[in-house]
Design a protein around this ligand. Structure first.
Ligand SMILES: Cc1cc2nc3c(=O)[nH]c(=O)nc-3n(C[C@H](O)[C@H](O)[C@H](O)COP(=O)(O)OP(=O)(O)OC[C@H]3O[C@@H](n4cnc5c(N)ncnc54)[C@H](O)[C@@H]3O)c2cc1C
Length: 277
């Protein structure tokens, strides 16, 4: 079956209506950097396609010190306009300019590992995603609960991801991506950490990882190991080793699972040391 119809909704309401009408037979396409190669290779053969480019979801809107990002906002716009340094740093590490200009923030949340460089920053920032359907309206889901497994998430078949909400960032944050090259390289591991301190002790800790599990995730045991500490080197070492223990890396042509696990410990340690400095 080749594609029979291409829809280009001019509003979110129209997009939700089309999704309701055509159901799972219709592929949602944002930037197409992931979807088009699969179609070109014949791996994916959608009967119908809906492009999101003109649905009014390409905004990046500062709100109360945080930012609301439309699902179809190009990554380059997030980099330039979010006003959140951790997000700009995350996008800087995604492929090169050509991909950043086309790929969208929402689409990046559907990319399989080792992709997920934006998600790792969003997890550290306590972002939420807004999901919407024509019949059931909108719901907000913490990004940490959005991912459910390898290429699976909590989006229902009649729902679109419409917005990413990032609250005003508190504390100090660092993002480190480690790949085989300095730029334009898939991750061996991506780490984003954010620590809020009170009276010299870590009060709120976020340690998010990508490329070392079936989806981007928060390393909860590592966060617990650091919480309440004075960010001394032994607490940082304990958190780094907890992160290495709780990740679930895979082997691919980029790196072995064992190497990914070791580098997870190394890069969590480096990121936390930078936060503590
Ligand atoms: C050369 C190259 C290098 C790359 N390097 C990196 C990298 O270093 N780091 C990294 O993190 N990523 C990397 N990527 C992955 C890239 O970031 C993703 O391909 C991109 O973010 C996907 O966004 P898109 O808008 O193109 O998605 P699309 O291809 O349009 O869609 C991808 C999937 O998401 C679904 N989808 C998209 N938007 C929505 C929505 N709003 N609601 C519901 N479903 C939706 C689609 O149905 C489809 O299944 C690279 C990709 C390429 C091609």
């Amino acid at each position: 079956m080749t594609t029979q119809a291409y829809f280009r909704p001019r509003s979110l309401a129209e997009a939700l209506g089309l999704l309701d009408e055509h159901g799972p037979a219709m592929l949602v396409m944002a930037g197409g950097t992931l979807a088009m190669p699969l179609i070109n290779k014949g791996v994916s053969r959608p009967e119908k396609v809906m492009g999101l480019r003109q649905a009014g979801l390409d905004y990046v809107r500062p709100v109360d010190g945080g930012v609301y990002i439309g699902a179809a906002a190009p990554l380059s716009r997030v980099r330039a306009e979010s006003g959140v340094p951790l997000l700009a740093e995350a996008v800087k590490n995604v492929a090169g300019w050509a991909v950043q200009n086309i790929a969208t923030a929402g689409g990046n949340l559907f990319a399989p590992p080792p992709a997920g460089d934006l998600a790792v920053a969003l997890l550290a920032l306590d972002a939420q995603v807004k999901l919407a359907s024509l019949k059931r309206g909108e719901r907000l889901v913490p990004l940490a609960e959005f991912f459910t497994g390898f290429l699976t998430n909590c989006l229902d078949p009649d729902e679109l991801l419409v917005e990413i909400q990032v609250p005003k960032p508190a504390g100090k944050s660092v993002l480190l991506k480690y790949g085989r090259l300095y730029t334009n390289t898939p991750a061996i591991v991506s780490v984003a950490v954010r620590v809020v301190t009170e009276n010299g002790r870590a009060k709120d800790v976020r340690i998010a990882l990508s490329a070392v599990g079936p989806h981007p995730f928060r390393a909860r045991q590592a966060e617990a190991a650091l919480t309440g500490s004075s960010l001394d080197s032994s607490a940082i070492a304990a958190a780094a080793s907890a992160a290495a223990a709780e990740c679930e890396p895979h082997t691919d042509p980029i790196a072995s699972a064992e190497y990914r696990r070791r580098m997870t410990g190394v890069f969590v340690q480096r990121a936390l040391a930078q936060v503590a400095a």
